[in-house]
Design a protein around this ligand. Structure first.
Ligand code: F6R
Length: 608
């Protein structure tokens, strides 16, 4: 989704800003732009398409400056186009970049039009430049103008702005959209994503809602929502170039799939010991709180929601606690009934998903026992605003399609199920069994990655189809859903998932030789029933690609049975995710899609 970077330095700023934009490409975007102070005014360049095109324009036009702002846009209001790209300007004096959504933009646009401002774009962002210009005309300074924005703007915003008449500074304002400062030596940066400036500094300040800032190469001033000058804590975060580069892999997604054994080790590290999960791994006081939990409410989106659906089975079987699950985009607006001692659990890779964040903020005013999050980004809003937190420690996930974040979320959720059981003193033997199985998991996952060759054999057959069906029963239904989501988002093949037993209640009508069926058939009490469901597919000339274990005695005439390594049944959903990720990757590779940045998608979805 949209990305902001700004810098005030004593060196040439153009290249530095473009490098920052490249670092944010993974978020998904459709256009890019830059505005920087030059000796004779402001250089303002925007391009539709990739950051490389902006870079080419800069090589031709050679803008020179030391202070500037830049942006990658992911269209919300108005089509992807050069005129809708940021920065937007007001009378070539004030230039702004904006992340978020201005909810009252139509009313503000009408009021500014009445004042004579002309609009060049269809966006909700351009009015911010005009609004600041109108404040300057009223006699306000630039920082006062930034502060006055909050009296007019409704919605979420992170804004960076420059004023042509004030060439040493850039200015910031934040409300409900991430924005942080980076401190260098005689230079300062700002960005919506720490990865954008992670190679320039490891010292960050996270702005809070209502904050504004005035930044030059010689210093910065931060003001809180009451316009009072404030000091904010400096946080040290090391972002190595290695974690944000592809290494020898073709795509970030490929790298992230093969990193999973290590990512899982990192999630487990320091959280299990001896024969059980350790105390208070979700933060000080968490074990005491978990002892009181009577019900769990999970709120998440997309892949993270699938992790929650698997975990609901674990909360029931291991912790003896019932679970309710909701799409984050629906939860806040359904007027939820909250039972006594219900724990709110949010799950989010990015920690910035607006739907999930809105749910968390809404829940803060409800009668929950507390809020707990499973998150991969320690500095994110969800991580900071939750009462309790377990970081998945998967390392930055750059590919838009979530892979290692999902499997590590599952590991974290399993540890939550065990922590609740431990706090309530239930299922001690089962916990010991799971700890042993968790320790062995990274190696078994490593083993499952070796299925790549067999998956490469079947991938061309799926790549030539327009549809696919994924089947799983019980805990494997959410895994089938995750497999279908991965396939559709990166290869653009329409894919659906069903609990295998539902096939005969409708979707069987779709089965013919053009509908490949991918099935998950681990050994379980449902195995026989699943095999009967798969017979129904065979009888209708369907092609079956089955991932099963050595015990799956299936005869497949059309398709293939691929044998998975064995692991404790409760952990098999984690294991069976791996071949589905590889399958979607290999199919997308054949179809030649933009795997790391699939069309229309964004990594961190910061709008509702
Ligand atoms: C799919 C995917 C998305 C995200 C969803 C929530 O591969 O990555 O479905 O899972 O947008 O994002 P987070 O987990 O950052 O809240």
């Amino acid at each position: 989704m949209c990305g902001i970077i700004a810098a005030a330095t004593d060196r040439s700023v153009g290249k530095l800003l473009v490098q920052g934009l490249h670092k944010m490409e993974y978020r998904g975007y459709d256009s890019a732009g830059i505005a920087l102070h030059q000796e004779d005014g402001v250089a303002h360049l925007r391009t539709l398409g990739k950051v490389n095109l902006l870079e080419e324009r800069m090589i031709q036009e050679k803008p020179k400056g030391k202070v500037g702002i830049a942006h990658t846009r992911w269209a919300t209001h108005g089509e992807p186009s050069e005129s809708n790209a940021h920065p937007h300007s007001s009378k070539n004096r004030v230039f702004i970049v904006h992340n978020g959504i201005i909810e009252n933009y139509l009313a503000l646009k009408a009021a500014l039009s009445k004042k004579g401002y002309l609009f060049q774009s269809q966006t909700d962002s351009e009015l911010i430049a005009h609004l600041i210009d109108s404040f300057l005309n009223d006699g306000k300074s630039m920082i006062e103008g930034m502060q006055a924005l909050k009296t007019s703007l409704e919605g979420a915003y992170a804004i960076a702005a420059i004023d042509k008449e004030d060439s040493n500074y850039f200015y910031l304002a934040r409300n409900k959209s991430p924005l942080l400062l980076g401190l260098g030596k005689d230079e300062y940066f700002a960005a919506s994503d720490p990865l954008a400036i992670g190679e320039l500094t490891n010292q960050f300040i996270f702005l809070e809602d209502g904050d504004t800032a005035a930044v030059s190469a010689s210093g910065l001033e931060i003001f809180d929502e009451n316009q009072k000058a404030v000091e904010r804590n400096v946080t040290k975060i090391d972002i190595s170039a290695e974690t944000t580069s592809k290494g020898n892999y073709k795509h970030f997604m490929e790298k992230e799939i093969y990193e999973q054994p290590q990512a899982i080790r990192n999630t487990l590290d320091g959280r299990i010991g001896g024969e059980d999960v350790l105390e208070n791994i979700f933060g000080e006081g968490s074990s005491k709180l978990l002892a009181e939990v009577k019900r769990i409410q999970i709120v998440a989106a997309g892949t993270s929601l699938h992790a929650g659906r698997v975990a609901a089975n674990w909360f029931s079987a291991i912790s003896q606690v019932p679970t309710q699950i909701d799409f984050a985009s629906e939860y806040t607006y359904k007027n939820p009934y909250i039972d006594e001692n219900t724990l709110l659990v949010t799950i989010s890779q990015s920690g910035e998903t607006a739907d999930t964040l809105t749910s968390l903020r809404h829940a803060k005013n409800q009668s929950y026992l507390g809020s707990l999050t499973i998150c991969n980004v320690p500095t994110s809003s969800i991580a900071r605003e939750s009462d309790f937190l377990l970081l998945t420690n998967a390392g930055p996930e750059i590919g838009v399609a979530s892979t290692k974040a999902f499997t590590t979320q599952l590991v974290a959720l399993m540890m939550l199920a065990m922590s609740i059981a431990k706090a309530k003193n239930v299922n001690p033997k089962l916990r010991t069994r799971i700890v042993t199985a968790l320790r062995a998991l990274p190696e078994i996952v490593e083993e499952s990655l070796k299925l790549k060759k067999e998956i490469q054999e079947i991938s061309p057959k799926i790549a030539e189809k327009d549809n696919a069906l994924f089947l799983g029963r019980g805990m494997f239904y959410p895994i089938a859903k995750e497999g279908a989501l991965k396939l559709k988002e990166i290869s653009y093949i329409h894919a659906e998932a069903y609990p295998a037993g539902e096939l005969k209640h409708g979707p069987l009508a779709l089965i013919d030789e053009n509908m490949p069926v991918v099935a998950l058939a681990p050994e379980s009490e449902l195995a026989e029933k699943l095999i009967s469901n798969l017979e129904e597919v065979k009888a209708r000339s369907g092609t079956l690609y089955v991932f099963g274990d050595a015990s799956s005695n299936m005869q497949i005439d059309s398709g293939k049975l691929m044998t998975m390594p064995k692991c404790d049944f409760l952990l098999t959903p984690i294991l069976y995710t791996i071949p589905l990720q590889i399958l979607s990757y290999e199919v997308a590779l054949i179809r030649g899609t933009d795997i790391d940045q699939p069309r229309n998608l964004a990594k961190s979805v910061t709008v509702e």
